[in-house]
Design a protein around this ligand. Structure first.
Ligand SMILES: C[S@@+](CC[C@H](N)C(=O)[O-])C[C@H]1O[C@@H](n2cnc3c(N)ncnc32)[C@H](O)[C@@H]1O
Ligand SMILES: [Mg+2]
Length: 221
């Protein structure tokens, strides 16, 4: 099965199941126009995040790694009116594009974007007792996965769902002796989840418009 087929099936899923969504299309167009890398989740993955937010009944969501806010908007729309998503982004240009995307998509009131190194923003959230969050999506610099998971635990409660993106990496996750820092980060996420008795997790391998990758998903006990 080729990458072309995976992408075509993704298109089929979107066509068969999703309403036309000019607002989200505009987000991707703005990201492209502003030179952001196309490393956001795919539409099918965004919908999965939205469904998981709803299945969880989440009111408070934390996202680490905003980019242009594509995944943020999927999750923000799945929140109740009094829900909130805090999203953390290092790059001021990405953050600026994301802010205007939130405005255009009509979700600004439900989104709090914090700019700076996520580890500093997480420490601030901890100091403010901003948790617990109901769902936490980790999708930033992969070498920091264990640090982000460690903060996710501190900002969680029993029942919090933690999702970590890009943990399969074309199957390179199998390469335990390699030096690719992103693979090392993916494996560190598995080690963290597998090694913490409070976490019960699995991973979903995904193929589609974004190639072969996957999400790790865990629940806090
Ligand atoms: C894969 S993109 C996020 C994609 C987004 N979640 C989506 O699906 O639409 C990763 C983002 O994390 C940001 N990032 C990288 N290192 C970071 C750090 N130390 N702190 C906060 N954000 C960081 C990058 O600038 C980039 O915008
Ligand atoms: Mg990702």
């Amino acid at each position: 099965m080729s990458r072309k087929t995976w992408a075509a099936v993704d298109d089929y899923i979107v066509e068969a199941l999703f309403e036309a969504d000019p607002a989200l299309d505009a987000v991707l167009a703005a990201n492209r126009d502003q030179g952001l890398p196309p490393i956001d989740v795919s539409p099918a993955q965004g919908k999965l995040l939205s469904l998981l937010t709803r299945i969880q009944g989440a009111k408070k969501v934390l996202e680490i790694g905003t980019l242009g806010g594509y995944s943020t908007i999927w999750m923000a729309r799945a929140l109740p009116m009094d829900g909130k998503i805090v999203t953390l982004e290092l790059d001021p240009h990405h953050a600026k594009v994301a802010r205007s995307n939130f405005e255009r998509a009509g979700v600004s009131e439900r989104v709090e974007l914090r700019v700076g190194p996520a580890l500093e923003s997480l420490a601030a959230l901890g100091a403010e007792s901003a948790g617990p969050f109901d769902l936490i999506f980790i999708d930033a610099d992969k070498p920091n996965n264990p640090n982000y998971l460690s903060w996710a635990m501190r900002l969680s409660r029993p029942g919090t769902v933690i999702i970590c993106d890009n943990v399969i990496r074309d199957g390179a996750v199998l390469d335990g002796g390699g030096h690719d820092v992103n693979v090392v980060g993916a494996r560190a996420a598995f080690s963290f989840i597998g090694g913490d008795k409070r976490l019960d997790g699995t991973a979903i391998q995904t193929v589609g418009a974004k190639g072969y990758d996957g999400f790790a998903i865990a629940i806090v006990s």
